[in-house]
Design a protein around this ligand. Sequence first.
Ligand code: PDD
Length: 276
Amino acid sequence: SLYFYKTDFVEKKGVNLTPDDRGYYFGDGIYEVFRVYNGRIYEQQAHMDRLQKSAADVRITLPYSLEQIGDILTKLVQLNELVEGTIYMQITRGEAPRAHPFPAEATPVLLAYTTEVKRPLTTIQNGIHAISLEDIRWLRCDLKTLNLLPNVMAKQTALDRGVQEVVLHRNGTVTECSASNFMIVKDNVLYTHPANNLILHGITRAVVLRLANALHIEVQEVPFTLEQLQQADEAFITGTTVEVTPVLTVDGSPIGTGQSGPVTRKLQLEFERTFA
Ligand code: PDD
């Protein structure tokens, strides 16, 4: 399976990463994870818009135009004959000896590859369990940067405690999860944290909110608390890799019936229709 690295499609051994890549020293870069369904890149334009925003706000000049990046990814999918899987793409600020200031002359480095990771059908069907955990990240969680140590730590805490995911909160207000957004349903109203600086503006989140509107499910993009979560009828996470996955318990307490709920089911069915 081929990689795209800097300027060329190469085998993995052709990826000549240097320790001077600022992604390695500082996590100084941005990324996107795309889903490929039936050989096609899902919601490509939304990912490109988000990439552009991340790049602008961390002041990385994209090494190619968005259109060229789109062409590179399409070519990568073709070359790798990818039908179902993901594309990982990152752009770091470039290569320079380790020093905090932006290097005067460094070319941003684009790395992209595909995986054949399948849809997590079992957890989509059966749901997952979660614990709540304080969200100790910075105040620009809307930027998709390579600095994922808090997310990695949070995920591992969940796994160490025998559950699959964390529900992050700031002073009791639920934000999102380690690599997905979080939604609850109460009295047939869908609630999720507003798309501000405290969460990643998930592509799947936006798709699900659009589908909810189409299904005449009322949507409230307002913050809610851990207590409100415990009183909710349903809960689920959304993300490129998890799609719409029910959350059955949080901190050991069942949400609603503790089973995947009817609104979640409806959204899952409708979601499948968007890429099928
Ligand atoms: N993560 N919130 C966080 C913190 C995320 O890292 C992600 C995605 C999401 C969901 O966004 P989207 O629907 O655009 O995938 C929310 C990717 C998949 C990752 O880091 O692997």
